[in-house]
Design a protein around this ligand. Sequence first.
Ligand SMILES: [Zn+2]
Length: 285
Amino acid sequence: MIRYNVSLKRMISRIAGVAVLCLFTLPTFAQDFLAEQTPVARKLADMDSLIFNKQITKERMEYPAMDIYPDWQDTRVHAYGNVKIPANYVVDLSDFCMPTTHTRITDSFGYRRWRRRMHYGLDVKVYTGDTIRSAFSGKVRMVRYERRGYGRYIVIRHDNGLETIYGHLSKQIVKENQYVEAGTPIGLGGSTGRSTGSHLHFEVRFLGMAINPASLFDFKKQDIVASTYTIKPSTSPKARYYKVRSGDSLSRIASRQGVSIKRLCDLNHISTRTILRIGMVLKCS
Ligand SMILES: [Zn+2]
């Protein structure tokens, strides 16, 4: 933003300079002078806006959504845990491409009771070798392999502020820091990492906060749900789930999370006698 402001200021001061020149330096022939100068001034302004647009494109290529994210880094997928989510931020989804032409959802987003953990993405049935495409335009932030998790995966930061993650790929065909358009093939479907059977694990995040991809993409209809999506920080899974730490008890968690012990038990299908294990995730609302 700072660099935009500098460019803007420079642009305004140049236009103001031309205006001041027109008004004060040649008062006698002001009319003629203005008439003659108008095309020149317009040319100058056009040139300025051209430079300005080039600058925006250059910065966009360097660092998409630079006004939202604190930095650009390639060491961690979930690197923005401490950043405050701006409420009611409107994300433009209009320039999109479905990551796959397949329509069958094999696992939804949300809490998996039997595993006591969150599933932060949507699983879509794809076959090994199927083309996976970038959902929006943006820049590839990570191309990595995680044996026990995502398998071969790709993280892309988009110009609209979202980040998307594509997991369990058999092949990655883009490089880190590569700029992609919506629809650019980025990899091939597979079953690498923690996966049973080929599928695409697709995550949508905003500043690290997982969003249910089904609120944005309708895989059955192969379309977006709406042209925009408004970020609601309260939808953060962080707010609704609690990871048991050493020394925790049901009553302590209940009082700290602002829920009754009975509600906590009902939500998690446990009883007051259930032994809490460290790392166990409890649903709190
Ligand atoms: Zn998954």
